[in-house]
Design a protein around this ligand. Structure first.
Ligand code: FAD
Length: 458
């Protein structure tokens, strides 16, 4: 027999979990959350959590209870205009962020807050023509995050929410209600919250096209991961765990920014099958001698080619070919002098790479000249605020690419033009981070609650 629920949530990432939380707190507990990945405690890359994987399907790093955030660094950026722009969807965006913070705290996020004493840093940046974005932040840590997610999961189950894991939604149909065809049978629901994340974005775009929901391409961020001795950024990360600096470069007037700073962290590889990319994380119980961060150039394309994903993938593929299926690592000094980094040069380098499997090479052969110029100019400029960040020994890993999903047409309540079909999170192009995706999940839930309330009144 086909099972029926009032609400079916596709995806157990922050967006899906917080949608279920909001619904169950306000009287709709007849909610099923479906995810193709595993329970948080069973998620693990076959080799290790963060090195080259064996391309398991679905990817344990991106899929399962907790979503892509499940095994992540767990940096909570507690600002309504970071990782998305919540003011587009609500008049009280800060209230939403506070509510999400309270939920994470209830489930074990640390009390310690970063980013509140940063006026001096803001001034230092300002004096150099760099914008520093002050953000209250918490750092849960990749080693502590599973316990937080597990606690939220148990709480939701107690409230009546059902979790159907290791089950992939393959097709969404719509008659008088929605039918989700999964690899384990069908489910029906009055409402759907599609919160499929980056890993489900392509699938969701195809479903949306079939259901007649309009979507458009979003900008993309392309660049490198920078690795420096932890001491270089020590004084800054003590105040702001993930400091965000924004720079316009002199030659091209392009927008470059720091992103996902990982103090005493590790550079990691993400394997997408056809190409690789790099990322970073930092744990509470395990430290490296380096700090790493993404340094990204924002790219928007206009006609005749607006497809930023295809553009990003072609760059990632080029870098992957050059790296022999691994990311490339190069010393900034080698890049400046126009020579390839070799294993010998990396070995004698003052900064020891935390991703030891990266191939020493030449990033200028993989990234467009404009981006390389932006990165070098941007780092030189940044070194006026962070002395030492643009030394010859600084390591650059490529490619680091932040693909964003197609942006769906939605109302302020996250409802698509198809009544009852709500979207949320990174997979719908409305967020790029744990807090923002969680917030859009809550907004979608509130949209459903409002519609149900209206039904009762009618
Ligand atoms: C290594 C790493 C580190 C990160 N660090 C941070 C950080 O420190 N701070 C921060 O703010 N952000 C971080 N992020 C980003 C953050 O994790 C995401 O922005 C966030 O998880 C997005 O939430 P979401 O709910 O929209 O989607 P996801 O978390 O991606 O969840 C989507 C879920 O949907 C499931 N799914 C997809 N398609 C289907 C389908 N057809 N059927 C069933 N299930 C499906 C997937 O299995 C997945 O579990 C990091 C990401 C990565 C990969």
């Amino acid at each position: 027999m086909t099972r029926h629920n009032t609400v079916a949530v596709i995806g157990a990432g922050p967006a899906g979990l917080l949608a279920a939380h909001e619904l169950s707190e306000h009287g709709i507990s007849d909610v099923v959350v479906i995810d193709k990945g595993k329970d948080i405690h069973q998620r693990r890359c076959p080799m290790t959590q963060y090195t080259k994987c064996f391309r398991c399907q679905p990817c344990s790093i991106l899929c399962g209870l907790g979503g892509a955030g499940g095994l992540s660094d767990g940096k909570l950026n507690l600002r309504a205009d970071i990782g998305g722009n919540l003011a587009e969807f609500t008049d009280q965006p800060e209230e939403l962020v506070e509510a999400i913070d309270r939920i994470f705290l209830t489930h074990g996020a640390p009390q310690k807050m970063y980013g509140t004493q940063v006026q001096e840093l803001q001034k230092r940046a300002s004096q150099q023509g760099i914008e520093f974005v002050p953000i209250p932040q918490r750092h849960i840590g990749s080693d502590r995050l599973p316990a937080v997610i597990s606690s939220l999961h148990q709480d939701l189950e107690k409230k009546g929410v059902t979790f159907v894991l290791e089950t992939e939604v393959q097709e969404i149909g719509k008659n008088d209600r929605f039918t989700l065809h999964t690899d384990r049978g069908d489910l029906t629901a009055d409402y759907v919250v599609a919160a499929a994340g980056r890993s489900g974005a392509d699938w969701l775009s195809r479903q949306a096209a079939q259901l007649g929901i309009p979507a458009r391409h979003a900008p993309i961020d392309i660049g490198v991961r920078v690795e420096v001795p932890a001491m270089v950024m020590e004084d800054i990360v003590q105040k702001a765990w993930d400091p965000k600096f924004r720079i316009y470069t002199p030659t091209y007037d392009d927008f470059v920014r720091t992103f996902c700073v990982c103090p005493e962290g590790f550079v990691v590889m993400e394997d997408y099958g056809d190409y690789v990319s790099v990322n970073g994380h930092s744990a509470i119980g395990r430290k490296s001698a380096n700090t790493n961060f993404a340094f990204l150039v924002n790219v928007t394309l206009t006609e005749p080619q607006e497809n930023t994903t295809a553009y990003g993938m072609s760059i990632a593929s080029m870098a992957t070919v050059l790296g022999g299926t691994m990311p490339i690592v190069q010393r900034l000094g080698d890049l400046r002098t126009g020579r390839r980094s070799t294993r010998e040069r990396i070995q004698k380098s003052y900064v020891k790479p935390s991703l030891t499997t990266a191939t020493p090479g030449d990033i200028t052969m993989a990234l467009p000249h404009r981006m390389v110029t932006d990165i070098v100019e941007g780092l030189d400029h940044l070194s006026r605020v962070i002395p030492g960040v643009a030394q010859d020994s600084t390591l650059l890993y490529a490619p680091e690419i932040k693909f964003y999903s197609m942006r769906f047409e939605v109302t302020q309540a996250m409802e698509t033009p198809l009544p009852g079909f709500f979207v949320a999170g990174d997979g719908a192009g409305v967020s790029r981070g744990i807090v923002a995706s969680a917030a859009t999940g809550m907004i979608a839930a509130r949209g459903i609650l409002a519609k149900e309330g209206q039904k009762i009144k009618d």
